[in-house]
Design a protein around this ligand. Sequence first.
Ligand code: BES
Ligand code: ZN
Length: 849
Amino acid sequence: MNIAAPQTIYLSDYMAPGWLVESVHLTFKLVPESTRVISRIAFTPNPDAPPQPFMLHGEELKLISAAIDGVAVSPDLTATGLTCAVPDGAFIWEAEVEIAPAKNTALEGLYMSNGMYCTQCEAEGFRKITYYPDRPDVMGVFTVRIESDLPVLLSNGNPAAAGAGWAEWHDPWPKPAYLFALVAGDLVAHNDSFTTMEGRDVDLNIWVRAADLDKCAFGMGALKRSMVWDEQVYGRAYDLDVFNIVAVDDFNMGAMENKGLNIFNSSAVLAKQSTSTDADFQRIEAIIAHEYFHNWTGNRITCRDWFQLCLKEGLTVFRDQSFTGDLHGHAVKRIEDALVMRNRQFQEDAGPLAHPVRPESFVEINNFYTVTVYEKGAELVGMLKRLVGDDGYRAALDLYFTRHDGQAATIEDWLTAFTEATGRDLTQFKRWYAQAGTPRLTVTDDFKNGTYRLHIAQQTLATPGQPDKLPLHIPVAVGLLDITGAEVVPTTLLELTEAQQTFTFDGLASKPVPSILRNFSAPVIVERDVTQAEQAFLLTHDTDPFNRWDAGRSLGQAVLLDMIASGGDLDAAYIDGLRAALTDSTLDPAMRALLLAMPSEADLAIALAGQGQIPDPDAIHQTRRKAHRQLAMALANDIPPVLASVQIDAPFAPDADQGGRRALSNSLLALLIWSDNGNAAQAQFDSADNMTQQLAALSILLAHGAGDTAAQAFYDQWHHDRLVLNKWFAVQISAAQPQDAVAVATHLTQHPNFEWKNPNRFRSVIGALTGNQAGFHHADGAGYDFVADWLIKLDPVNPQTTARMVAGFDSMRRWDDARRAKMHSALTRIKDTPGLSRDTSEMVTRLLS
Ligand code: BES
Ligand code: ZN
């Protein structure tokens, strides 16, 4: 927490560690308020490092004793670590410290959750467990002994020995401290096994409290699918005898890839039909895959320093996205990923928190686990793959794995592997890692004598600390259609490298319609004067499913913006386009549901701001509601037959086909309520045998002011289930009307089940409010004050979760003066809170800058 003035760390200051760790032995004597940690570390001087004093990180530790080569020493202690005189050569460091896991509410280091001990060490939590060089480029072989009466005692690697009240674990793979993990609790395992392509038998376990044992089967299946996929697609097999996953209720993030012992937020692993939505199932499968894939991209090859975070996170997100696409279909997955980029990453890039995929400085690294590092980082991997081709990509990855296995690597190492494996010069491409902001492509065209020319200009606006931008190397996938809708030029990858460039297509009979940035081939904004007629044409004819959807989305945006400006009615041609999509049985239901979705309120606000206007959140909300009602009336006769056609006759399965059918029928249910008094929604609520349908029905009823009875019934049915209760809290706020949202949220914070120190529960209320645009930004400013009050309260308890949630104020610059002033004063109130954590203070400072 905030002791000294916060220090800024710079990438350019990187210095190799003075000492390396050969081996670590740790003994934990677990006691809730006085755990003893005994460490024995073999250090050797690093021949490649400049001279420097010997320093170990350590925070909030009570040092009991320390010795070097068996002789007691008295190190100099500071708030962040210790220094000590050490011998010239190799030596053995021994120390004993005391810590209090039961008092650790920050959920970083060793802490307790429901009577169970667990750890979270990434990024810099290990220093709250013992004195250690807590940096990712120091990799050691860990042996761990746990002493406790609790029945299940786990750590990284393979089990070595165990007896009554103790267990020992040995991890043969050298690792940085951030991958250390320990769990002790009264747990049971859902067990399975897997034989790797190398013939290694692996024991698989998902450890949970006994009551959750019926929620493990799906996660186990997802784990096995991930193991198979990484073998088949990347040639990478698992490398230990056991793979353990543990579900924890109190967890700041989704999950953590500790070597051989992944720790999961229970919301990111536990699932069953009656309690989990299709979205939950899909997220859980992706997170399990993500953490498993880190075993190679993160653990076997880790990061030299935290500035290289995208090296493991961007790559691993790219891998989990590919996995999901391979299993469930690439078109829908690409649309979902592009929506995250456009709705969240482009936002971050356009606001006060903008930073490069590889930042150059930070105060608190926890604040840089962002959608830019993760999702834009993944897009950079995707662009590299597009530029070098599938075979080139595989060759580059093979070289990267061979060359850097067991190392802590950099983005330079990564790009060098691509250059050497494929011969491509990536000097210009590297700018993507250093330059923040979203490039805007301005596209114009002309046609003469059979020759079609596309002129593309690129420009990136200034971001904090980066006034001047250089042109990037951008892969732009383009196809051309003729006026009958036939594709005359199939998808072609143009490489834009200049500020302005012209691309020529010869031998065309007539001026084609261009389909630009197919499959979202680069994380950029395309600006082109397109008529609504041309968008409607692409919505019907484009052969690229992504661009087909995107044409519908742009059309919907244009139509809604017109409505906001004119106060008029929903455009008839747009309705016809949506009707065509809805009734096109050649499209799978998931795609139809996506096509049918109108732009979100946030989309519309961003679009208005992009046109230099000041959005009115209330007008956006009312207009979108009106558009939705008019669409419902217009499609009234089309809905029943489509609903009938997507009914599911088979037993429940959380698969893409059934998920798509449920998604489409829930979209239709939301339309039906405008004309049937909620009868269909209430009937679905009453009869649902799965959470997707039950929750959607509840949400629709609540959004129409007809959900009170259902909300009470939902609570009565599910109050014993923490994960479902989170949904109950969140849905009431998400579905509330603008003028009611803060009152509903305030009321819910007074509910006996509002356990605000639990990050999931806190997010279910405070996060749901910041996600309800018109409610959070209601003109009276009550939303800002409410959220600020709660963040001020949470900060001393859990700085990491507080800091992440302050980002809800990221949109400040978009709104009118009155709202901006209210947001500013709420943020200033947070900033001026005495003793504010370093985490939150960095975020508020950036937001206010
Ligand atoms: N390594 C991270 C977990 C993490 C994040 C630890 C921040 C410390 C600070 C993990 O691999 C991760 O990225 N988890 C994501 C989910 C994933 C599917 C993107 C998460 O927790 O949200
Ligand atoms: Zn990750």
